[in-house]
Design a protein. Structure first.
Length: 205
């Protein structure tokens, strides 16, 4: 089980996974709100089966329609009075392919959690989350560099020309790209070590 908590301890995010014999996973989670009174626990229901794969980077959903994953990093950023909790997670998508996801969690004026927000600028297109597909027999780095408030990740490419566009087969090519937080959005940038001019420690860990 992974337990993530922001510095202000306003809530805890708990999540875990169950693996099935066919190589797929089901995800479970809950948000425990900080309360002086009775326990306030908001369950998260993995609802990926009802979602079209091509729509997943644009959906904004509540806790009853969660795109399940195991989150291992939480990144709080504030913009115009609103806090965006960016989450880095892993999804053992199927027997042949895995996913890494850059999700975002917010709370509306009633305190209800929402997943997804239009704060990702990817090559001029606005997305509500970023999803990376890659071959299950490899590994993909997706990491947060706190000193610069950037998210670094492997650049994924097809293993051969015939696999171009078949994202489930993609593998890292040894270079890194990144997302940079600026003016309330994460902006996609290519070639981390060529374009990011500040010294970076442990960008590939």
């Amino acid at each position: 089980m992974k337990v993530l908590e922001p510095e202000d301890k306003s809530f805890r995010l708990l999540n875990w996974a169950l693996k099935y014999n066919d190589g797929t996973y089901r995800y479970y989670g809950a948000i425990q709100m900080n309360s002086d009174g009775p326990l306030k626990l908001i369950p998260l229901r993995d609802d990926r089966d009802s979602m079209e794969e091509g729509d997943m980077d644009s959906l904004i959903t509540g806790p009853d329609h969660w795109q399940g994953a195991v989150y291992y990093v939480m990144i709080p950023n504030k913009y115009k009075g609103k806090t965006y909790y960016t989450l880095l997670g892993w999804d053992g998508f199927n027997y042949a392919s895995d996913k890494k996801v850059v999700e975002v969690l917010t709370f509306d004026e009633t305190g209800k959690p929402q997943f997804g927000a239009p704060i990702f600028d990817i090559n001029g297109k606005t997305k509500s989350r970023v999803i990376f597909y890659y071959a299950g027999n490899t590994d993909m780095m997706l990491n947060y560099v706190a000193e610069h408030n950037i998210i670094t990740f492997d650049n994924l490419v097809p293993p051969n020309p015939a696999s171009k566009g078949v994202l489930y087969n993609y593998v890292p090519d040894g270079t890194y790209d990144y997302l940079e937080w600026k003016n309330g959005m994460w902006h996609y940038k290519e070639d981390l070590f060529h374009n990011f001019k500040k010294p970076i420690k442990d960008a590939d860990k």
